[in-house]
Ligand binder design. Sequence first.
Ligand SMILES: [Zn+2]
Length: 415
Amino acid sequence: MAGERRAEIDGRRMKTIFDAINDFGRVTDMPGWNRPGLSDEDMAVRRWFAARMQGEGLRVSMDGAANVSGRLGPEGEPCVMLGSHLDTVPSGGAFDGALGVAVALECALAMRDAEVPLVHPVEVIATSEEEGRFGGMLGSQALAGLTTQEWLGTAADADGVRLADALASHNLDPAGVMASARPANSVRAFLELHVEQGPVLERASIPVGIADRVSGVVHLGVTLRGVANHSGTTPMDMRADAFAGLAEIATAIPGLIAGRGTDQSRITIGKVELSPNFPHTIPGEALFSIIVRDAESVAMDRLCDGLRDRIAAVAGRHGLAHEIVERSRIEPVMLDAGLADLLRKEAKALALPSMVMPSGAGHDAQTMQALAPAGLIFVPSRGGVSHAPDEWTDWDAAVAGARLMLAAAVRLACE
Ligand SMILES: [Zn+2]
């Protein structure tokens, strides 16, 4: 590429894209950013992003799953795809997803401005519904051909809104989602930049992480059934207290991980419903979720088996009936080793210290790995905070990560 200008990230332009994305989803009655997948705010930011890319001269389209893409360079396949998601969790932060979308567009604009001689098209993609409002990663699953008619017909959010109805409210439908699958070999590589959402990089003072794998997730739904009774008249040794059982299960988790888990094991009881849920009544029933994560499938099995044993033992001791349902399971995913290697080499060439690490959170990259080699770059999250309004990444770190993505993308798109 002798004689050509080197493509460079314009950190200020990238910031204006990032800020403009985050003009969407501010609502008066909730803190943070609120662009749940397929909400009005989410669709509004997609339309804005499509128009912005159009204004930059990219070839823009929105598919039947509400993924927005913009293409640069030659027509045809296979493309080098760069992107992340535009939706947020309720009361989420500004960086989760939005940063990766801003970085992807800035990388494309940097290549355009430097007239990089692209052999393959570069496609910027803003995926839809990554945060799992409907229990999946709708946009990337659609691209990778992983959605099923059955799931599209039955999925609903926590408020009971059906996915099919949410799609219909934006003139979309399950058939259009199914039709959004990309053909095999149409994507040469998928690269995503994302905030780490954990404390590892910050603690190690390393500016970029390169994820080599993504943890799997098992969602268990547990019911403990005892006897609701008067809190004053029922002796302590004659109770079947569902909450007492739940508490014992919760305190057993660290020991279970120490005995059967790995350093990547995470077990969380995140949602609890007690009934009757009244101060003067012994809880007769506890319904709760247990989320088990690990980077190894066999470790997830060991932990789930251990939980089943522990729950049965605790239920027996407290005189409780128990039921455990596996609500969903996502297997751990190994990302593409060749892309991780490329990212490591490019980081070295940029004199950017990097570390290879697993991802504890789910990302579009893991879904896209089913379609194409996928790579995932992490930048530090201040205090490890994410899915909260005070999510923060220093802009210098965001730009450093973007420079790494650009270097890798140029190499992939020009060879
Ligand atoms: Zn995300």
